[in-house]
Design a protein around this ligand. Structure first.
Ligand code: FMN
Length: 174
């Protein structure tokens, strides 16, 4: 098990997230902060990991994330949920960078059981979960490599996770 990510770190992150750019400055994103063991186990059970990998169901219990943030949209700030998906991306990547600075690894999880999360946390109608961020001090060290014909991540015979990335040249349209 890795050292837990403390609740105070997530609060520090939200202090900074107050200042991120926001469509029309509506600041419609709100956060569920999870560090409690039982709640982390719940989040682990409702998140789907690494869909490309056939025989992998995500991190084992001894390697599981020790904190989660659920980025939610508050429709009382603005009803248009689609408009704020860009804000969700900005928020998530800001968390990624803040976490990285502290040596914490993250995984953004778009595939999760929204209904179960809504019920478990007794969310009011206006709070819509959009993206989960799982956090933990890394116990694995994935290999980033140049894409050679496929962008599908994979695990090698030593269970090392490999992530192919397109070259910068391939990202430039003109
Ligand atoms: C919006 C978004 C949603 C994602 N959803 C999931 C998910 O549901 N499950 C998962 O295991 N990974 C998810 N990922 C993580 C990606 O699979 C991961 O970023 C990608 O494989 C590249 O790996 P890297 O982040 O280590 O470079 C998501 C990433 C993003 C940006």
């Amino acid at each position: 098990m890795s050292k837990p990510v403390g609740e105070e770190i997530l609060h520090e992150f939200v202090e900074n997230l107050r200042y991120i750019p926001s469509s029309c400055n509506f600041q419609a994103l709100k956060y569920i902060l999870v560090t409690d063991d039982e709640k982390c186990r719940f989040m682990r059970s409702k998140t789907r990991w690494a869909g490309f990998l056939k025989d992998y169901n995500g991190p084992d219990s001894d390697k599981s994330p020790t904190a989660y943030m659920v980025i939610c949209h508050d429709t009382e700030c603005c009803e248009n949920e689609t408009m704020f998906l860009k804000d969700v991306g900005i928020s998530a990547q800001t968390v990624n960078l803040m976490a990285c600075e502290k040596g914490i690894g993250i995984c953004m999880i778009g595939s999760f059981d929204i209904k179960a999360v809504e019920e478990y946390f007794s969310l009011p109608e206006n709070i819509k979960p959009k993206l989960v961020i799982a956090l933990g001090y890394p116990l694995e060290f994935p290999v980033i490599e140049d894409e050679k014909g496929s962008v599908k991540y994979y695990r090698d015979e030593n269970n090392i996770h490999h992530v192919p990335k397109r070259s910068a040249k391939d990202l430039i349209i003109k």
